[in-house]
Design a protein around this ligand. Structure first.
Ligand code: MN
Ligand code: MN
Length: 296
């Protein structure tokens, strides 16, 4: 897979070899369909920079996570059409997956999730996002950050998707998700209702699925916490609520993760720090599950 990649600083300075790693970090600095605040191509570098100062003791888990085996593969070289980039991404993810490792992909814009999900057979998709990204077409494009979820729906089936944190939609999307029974939970539902109710709702929905791919669009957070995103939307989640929900869903078998839409030039680093913190915690949650399983 090397010929598709370029190398820079390692995520959180982990330096496991590919052969011994359990997690493979990969940057996908692709943002050519961004329609408002582009610049998420600089996301992977910013998230890695921010990750250097993370402390490795997790108070949430009560253990040190410096034992994680993480290989940082560098960034995908972006060239050619959207389709070509997504298919290179799919090839690289397929190689990571077939080596029995878990890809952790930093975007780039949200369209990259389409390339990632294609690398898995029989997978359900859990998305944290302010947006449904379910338009059939946007500004003349069938494949973009505003439509890719519709394309994923068409390929894996609408019953295999759950979107959480939703608060910015258009009429066409609501009609589509209602017609196709796509499950979603709004940010207001999470903020205003009892957390246990929401957690149970998510658990019930996910109980049908064996393998889960997790995508986190950083605009799921409130813009006061994460201002440097492509399309900020008020009334979002706090990092604490998001991490509580993530800790919960990571009790499932997570086969791949991406974290997208950090456009670092719109703030002084706070969004990249949030992203690095979330990525680190998600890896720790996944590791914690497999350790707890092997302990029992
Ligand atoms: Mn999105
Ligand atoms: Mn979004």
């Amino acid at each position: 897979m090397e010929r598709y990649l370029t190398k820079n600083r390692n995520f959180a300075e982990y330096d496991s070899a590919f052969s011994e790693a359990k997690y493979v970090v990969l940057g996908a600095p692709f943002d050519s369909t961004s329609t408002y605040r582009s610049g998420s191509r600089f996301g992977p570098v910013a998230i890695r920079e921010a990750s250097i100062n993370l402390e490795s003791y997790s108070l949430r888990l009560g253990r040190d996570i410096d034992v994680l085996k993480i290989f940082d593969a560098g960034d995908l070289i972006i060239q050619g059409t959207i389709e070509e980039n997504l298919s290179c991404l799919r090839l690289v993810i397929e190689e990571i997956r077939s080596a029995g490792k878990i890809p952790i992909v930093f975007g780039g814009e949200h369209t990259i999730t389409h390339g990632c999900v294609q690398a898995f057979n029989d997978v359900a998709l859990l998305s944290f996002d302010a947006h449904l990204d379910m338009r059939d077409e946007y500004l003349g494009r069938k494949l973009s950050h505003a439509t890719f979820m519709r394309r994923i729906c068409e390929s894996i089936g609408s019953d295999k998707i759950l979107e959480i944190g939703i608060r910015a939609v258009c009429n066409e999307e609501i009609e589509f998700v209602d017609r196709e029974n796509v499950a979603y939970i709004t940010s207001l539902e999470i903020i205003k209702h009892d957390k246990r109710e929401v957690t149970n709702k998510i658990r019930n929905h996910l109980s049908r699925f064996e393998h889960l791919y997790l995508t986190i669009d950083m605009d799921v957070l409130d813009p006061s916490y994460a201002p440097a995103v492509g399309n900020p939307v008020p009334e979002g989640l706090s990092p604490t609520i998001l991490l509580d929900l993530l800790q919960n869903v990571c009790e499932k078998n997570i086969v791949g993760v991406d974290l997208v839409e950090v456009s670092p030039h719109y703030d002084y680093g706070v969004t990249a720090f949030q992203a690095a913190h979330i990525a680190y915690n998600v890896i720790a949650f996944i590791e914690n599950r497999s350790r707890t399983k092997s302990d029992s």
